[in-house]
Design a protein around this ligand. Structure first.
Ligand code: COA
Length: 420
């Protein structure tokens, strides 16, 4: 296939998000309004919302999570944007990454100049068992669900296959969790504001106060090996290997490239976009790599004319810690089978050679599934504009990447962003 290109350049001139977390009494509408307001505040030169011509909203399943279908026009209404056309995009956990791509295509086609892209999900109205069932509908309900699989189960199977093939251990994955909680502790929008060390110290302090026997964990790894502190969800994935059940929303304002500096002092230009799909997990020959991610990454890199080595910061889809390791290989940051060594050696840490998930990732920032892809772009926006606060990367990064996966990798969408 020939190298793909956009017929017209597209830039992000505003990006914002609600806090991610568990919010009783708030609906996706409230969260989206918060994200929209945060996005508005980020537009350096201001803008008139009436200039927005269309909305593309990623949402996995408000129907089942909240009992509300047909969500996109509600987002237009609650942000004062009706009667603009509002379209919902559903691609499981990749919904808003794909919504971003649809917004880009709409501008590149010349149909619109100014488009709002959003992502929304409100998962905490349901108990965990029903959330698990709802998420499971994103897998193959003919073959995989009758076999007893849940999402933690799928990724546990991938982790087991990966460990068997390459020699990683459960501790490899624990180190990914420790890193992402460390990053998330520096992100005021993250669901988990604490490092794993802080969680551990909190439990020791609580035991002391209550007069219980004091736990004797020597360090975070020992804490994470403790079945009571960190229960197995689906071996080898434990509690601190899983992204949480989250509520949240994110919003991005896209414009044609030639308009970007009218809105922003430092726009992010979309230089690469790729998307691919794959068969369900049970139909794949190899469970240690996601072909859709490899293909989406290849397409995005070719369009951008850059290589993995050029990327300064990446937000990858760590719905489970194993997924981050696999993503770093699928995207070409590390050779196949070596991503786990990079994770173990701290090379993917915020101040390592290849910073991955500086926001805390889905693991610690939270994973309101339909909002996660747009949320990843918000982090790249902040890092490339030097606005990431305490977690800001040194050295003025100019190239960023997002990698957003739907289901077990049946959908993957990758974007590459440049600050010029
Ligand atoms: N990581 C770390 N801590 C977590 C957590 C997570 N993913 N989920 C919950 N916790 C903490 C809570 O803060 C709470 O802490 P506290 O006791 O100190 O207050 C404690 O664990 C229990 O929380 P609870 O909400 O009762 O957990 P749960 O057992 O209902 O849910 C999981 C835990 C792992 C089952 C749930 O988070 C989950 O299903 N995650 C995966 C979601 C998913 O599959 N997403 C789609 C991916 S493709």
């Amino acid at each position: 296939m020939s190298r793909k290109k956009l017929n017209r350049g597209v830039a992000i001139v505003g990006a914002g998000m609600s806090k991610f977390g568990a919010f009783t009494g708030l609906s996706t509408r409230d969260l989206f309004v918060q994200a929209f307001q945060d996005m508005r505040a980020s537009i350096d030169k201001g803008f008139d919302p009436n200039d927005i011509e269309a909305l593309y909203i990623g949402n996995y399943s408000s129907d089942l999570f909240e009992g509300q279908g047909h969500t996109a026009p509600f987002m237009a209404d609650w942000t004062g944007l009706a009667p603009r056309p509002a379209t919902r995009i559903e691609d499981a956990c990749a919904s808003s990454g794909v919504a971003l791509r649809q917004g880009i295509i709409a501008i590149a086609s010349g149909l619109y100049d100014i488009v709002l892209v959003g992502g929304i999900e409100k998962m905490n109205d349901l108990p965990t068992s029903e959330v698990t069932d709802t998420l499971a509908t994103a897998s193959d309900i003919l073959y995989e669900i009758p076999a007893g699989f849940t999402f933690p189960g799928f990724y546990a199977a991938m982790a087991t296959a990966y460990m068997h093939k390459y020699g990683a251990t459960p501790e490899t994955f624990m180190k990914v969790g420790i890193k992402n909680h460390e990053n998330g502790s520096l992100n005021e929008k993250a669901q988990f504001g604490a490092t794993i060390r802080k969680v551990m110290d909190g439990k020791i302090a609580k035991a002391k106060t209550r007069g219980y026997p004091e736990p004797t964990w020597a360090d975070e790894i020992e804490f994470l090996h403790d079945d009571r502190a960190n229960p197995v969800i689906a071996w080898p994935m434990r509690l601190f290997d899983c992204s949480p059940i989250s509520d949240g929303a994110a919003a991005l304002l896209l414009v044609g490239e030639e308009l970007a500096t009218k809105f922003s002092d430092a726009p992010l230009y979309i230089i690469g976009s790729g998307q691919a799909s794959d068969v369900a997990l049970h139909d794949r020959k190899d469970m240690t790599a996601l072909r859709a991610a490899q293909l989406a990454g290849k397409e995005a890199f070719e369009m951008a004319g850059v290589t993995p080595a050029d990327i300064h910061v990446a937000e990858v889809h760590d719905c489970f810690t194993i997924a981050e390791v696999i993503a770093t290989e699928d995207l070409g940051f590390f050779p196949q089978g070596e991503g786990y060594k990079a994770a173990e050696d701290g090379r993917t840490a915020r101040l390592g050679e290849r910073p991955i998930n500086t926001s805390g990732g889905l693991k610690s920032k939270g994973h309101p599934v339909g909002a996660s892809g747009a949320g990843q772009a918000v982090e790249i926006w902040k890092q490339l504009r030097g606005q990431a606060g305490e977690r800001q990367l040194p050295g003025e990064p100019t190239l960023g990447l997002t990698h957003n996966v739907g289901g077990t990798g049946q959908t993957c969408v990758v974007h590459i962003y440049e600050r010029r």
